[in-house]
Design a protein around this ligand. Sequence first.
Ligand SMILES: [Fe+2]
Length: 224
Amino acid sequence: MSTTTFAPQVHAESLVGPIQQQIAKIVDDLIAQLPQPEQLSSEQRRGIIARYTAVLEGNFIYWMTAASIAVKCDEVRTILAENLHEEVRDAHPVMLRKFAVAAHAFPTDTDALSIDADLTRVRLFLGKLQGVQSLLTMAFFEGFIQRFMGYLASLAAAQRSTEMEYTNVHGICDITHTAELYRALQLEMALNPAGPDADLFEGVDILRTLIVAIVLGPTQNAAG
Ligand SMILES: [Fe+2]
């Protein structure tokens, strides 16, 4: 009895550390590949802010909600609810919209449609409601966002904006969110593990492709 109770938990603990390291490496690689803001044209800087806004403003709360629906562990749902609570209470989409407008980078229809196919893939993946894979995807996303904030702020500054509430808030609060999501991952893996043949990084790979599309833009992305 005790063996069947504790085995998944021990297994989950031993898995989360290496997974977290793997995600950190993927984030490091993405950050290392970012083009220097001063080497970009004003239009290229505007495009990155606009595509980031087109993805994040309307989708972050949706995706965190999707992960919350997918998980089976009540304690995990509480962790995700705390994250959502902060998003809604502090109106993070309002902060992001202000940030984009102040940088003259509010997304156009062209910006939004340039990432549409990659965005759709993320939505459809989360629609599969796979608890562990969805959590891992959101942990990756939080970790990336936190590291990306300084870069996003430097793009906006180069566009002569001084509106930095969004980037200031997310460079700090996402550190806690990321740690909490890995704790959630461990809990969910113990209670509701992915199948032996599951690709744990399915959503991470799909989201990573979307992030590359945000940064590179439609032309470069199509060429690469
Ligand atoms: Fe947020």
